[in-house]
Design a protein around this ligand. Structure first.
Ligand code: GUN
Ligand code: FE
Length: 445
């Protein structure tokens, strides 16, 4: 690929490269990354490229490459319920809408239909990596993993564990059954992708309200025996949820101590929401190395948090943070929407904190959606930005064409930085001309 490249550096700065060269090998690994190449060098080099062995991709003048987006928190079975139940409190929303909807995934054929739409839908929006909650069903969860692998999406796929405070028709029958189905899903995913190059199982206790002590303990033991597997749960999402958790676990003052006591917190843990965090909890998740899945759309619309997480404080403390669409609690499955909502929420926090917690910049929300998300998933050595040795997960953005001026309106003389800013704030999947995962084209032609 030769053309403009934009990505984040580990310090969250944007690196904007007007003419760079990226060489990808057949395994999808970046073998050469020349950050600045002159037009004349390019003209000299191009005739040497052997068309038999190499596909040359010269970007058009309106195009640029960015890293693929990472959705650190997504519920695949909620694909068809996105946008329903705005303004509801979390436990009411789960009972009224979510559990009846997720129960339908007892039917693997139904799961296949919805999950195919979901994976296609995310890929189309440039989400090259997703951390999915499945339903509680083993067969449906295996279907989701199969689809991610077949369609070429990098994914964490988790059988959702829940053995209490859920209706009889949608609840794990026992601790033993819940753990056994989890083990079966782990084995299945190891079978289809032995090195976990693309797909991994993620241990997924829904939240402490829906798991009893024995189940949390059993999951902690599985986590210990499988130290390559990520772990995810919902964490300090809303007051209703936090109070119910305290009532069920009177021995714990807070959720950090609770989950940690069961062996579920460490650098592999992805904690969704974290809207309400005490100083103690901030310090502990930093020490433990947990990552935060910041879900600003659902935080402000469903669940009862109605207060987005203190992202600036996490960043200041050196806690890993990425973005989650949390679709379907989040009405949008677009990371661009999550980026914009993260900015809006951060400006509200800036005012509420009397200027102490500065709002997020475009560069920062882009970082959260790419390299920050990769760090939360412990994938920063593989993806998140471009570097020799990393895998090529990328979106080719175009700003001209059929929809020109409807979304991103680029004008003659706009600098690349301005075009990028216009894309982030006004673009959508129609600007995503091609999407690649591990060098494989998964959208476009
Ligand atoms: N807490 C437990 N389950 C869920 C869920 O499905 N969505 C959200 N937003 N919070 C939860
Ligand atoms: Fe969620």
């Amino acid at each position: 690929f030769a053309g403009p490249v934009i990505h984040s550096l580990p310090n969250t700065d944007l690196e904007i490269l007007p003419l760079a060269l990226l060489v990808i090998n057949p395994a999808g690994v970046i073998t050469t990354f020349i950050k600045s190449i002159s037009r004349s060098d390019l003209t000299l080099a191009l005739p040497i490229v052997d068309p038999e062995t190499t596909t040359l991709h010269l970007l058009a003048p309106d195009q640029f490459l960015i890293p693929g987006f990472v959705d650190t928190h997504n519920h695949a079975p909620q694909w068809a319920q996105r946008g329903l139940g705005q303004g509801m409190q979390i436990l009411d929303w789960l009972s009224a809408l979510t559990f009846p909807n997720e129960a339908k995934f007892a039917d693997p054929a139904y799961a296949k239909t919805i999950y195919a739409r979901c994976v296609d839908g995310l890929l189309r929006q440039g989400i090259t990596t997703a951390s999915y909650y499945g339903s509680a069903h083993g067969a449906a969860t295996r279907v989701l993993a199969d689809l991610c692998l077949a369609k070429g999406q990098r994914a964490f796929v988790g059988k959702c564990n829940m053995n209490r405070n859920a209706p009889g028709y949608y609840c794990d029958a026992s601790v033993e059954e819940s753990l056994q189905v989890t083990e079966e899903c782990i084995a299945h995913i190891r079978g289809i992708d032995p090195d976990g190059r693309l797909v991994k199982h993620v241990l997924t206790p829904r939240f402490a309200i829906s798991c009893d002590d024995e189940l949390l303990k059993g999951l902690g033991e599985i986590a210990k025996r499988n130290d390559d597997l990520p772990i995810q749960t919902h964490f300090n999402e809303a007051e209703q949820e936090m109070e119910a958790t305290k009532g069920l676990f009177p021995g714990f003052e807070n959720e950090v101590d609770l989950y940690e006591s069961f062996g579920l917190l460490g650098r592999r843990s992805i904690l969704a929401h974290c809207c309400y965090m005490s100083g103690y909890e901030m310090e502990r998740i930093k020490q433990l190395g947990c990552g935060v899945a910041h879900c600003p759309v659902s935080n402000m619309t469903v669940g009862g948090g109605f207060m987005a997480a203190p992202v600036r404080a996490f960043m200041k403390a050196g806690i890993k943070v990425g973005l989650g669409t949390d679709s379907g609690g989040g009405f949008s499955s677009s990371i661009l929407d999550a980026m914009r909502q993260a900015m809006i929420a951060s400006y509200a926090r800036e005012v509420a904190s009397k200027g102490e917690d500065k709002g997020l910049s475009i560069a920062e929300v882009f970082y959260l959606a790419t390299l920050g998300g990769a760090e939360v998933c412990c994938l920063e050595d593989k993806i998140g930005n471009f570097a020799v040795g990393k895998e090529f997960d990328a979106v080719l953005v175009g700003t001209r064409g059929e929809h020109e001026g409807v979304m991103t309106m680029v004008e003659e003389g706009d600098r690349l930085e301005t075009v990028f800013e216009k894309f982030v704030m006004t673009g959508d999947d129609r600007n995503m001309v091609q999407v690649y995962v591990q060098g494989r084209l998964v959208k476009g032609s």
